[in-house]
Design a protein around this ligand. Structure first.
Ligand SMILES: [Zn+2]
Length: 164
């Protein structure tokens, strides 16, 4: 039996949260693309795409591509480190940029809007399937500082004595 070379594994599809407003979805997709290809900004992704075939690393559904196109005006402002994402109000539809802090509980865009703003996550939507899968860190990706969305990095313990 002859073993033939395996074709390259297609990239994992990006899982984003389709329940949040469009701008927050677009931000999440863009941030996940940046992480997948090892870039911190969309500009870096575009530059990388000019000399690398990124389709071997990342694949978007037509819906995801459409969201990226629709919100192409804000995506260049996003960054994975330091985190810059989008916060969007599901009620009045307005949106803006947001750092890693919480989106808050009140709409900041429209006076007296009772909407609760939603942030575009920088992590993939959790899979809802029952089968538990270990996180996929087999690809040897660059470390992922934006993963520390909630926990601020603490200085290493015992570093004080270093400068004595
Ligand atoms: Zn609002």
């Amino acid at each position: 039996m002859v073993r033939v070379a395996k074709p390259p594994k297609p990239p994992e599809p990006i899982r984003h949260d389709e329940s949040v407003p469009g701008p927050a979805q677009a931000a999440q997709i863009a941030l996940l693309v940046m992480k997948k290809v090892g870039c911190q900004t969309w500009k870096d992704v575009v530059e990388k795409a000019s000399n690398t075939d990124l389709r071997t690393k990342v694949i978007l559904s037509p819906e995801q591509q459409a969201l990226i196109d629709e919100y192409a005006d804000i995506i260049p402002y996003l960054s994975t480190s330091p985190l810059v994402t989008v916060v969007a109000c599901p009620l009045c539809g307005r949106y803006g940029l947001q750092d890693r802090r919480s989106a808050g509980s009140r709409c900041i865009f429209t006076m007296r809007c009772p909407g609760k703003p939603v942030k575009g996550s920088s992590t993939p939507k959790a899979q809802t399937r029952t089968k538990a899968e270990p996180p996929d860190d087999s690809s040897g990706d660059v470390p992922d500082p934006a993963e520390a969305d909630v926990a601020e990095a603490a200085p290493p313990a015992g570093a004080d004595g270093l400068y004595d």
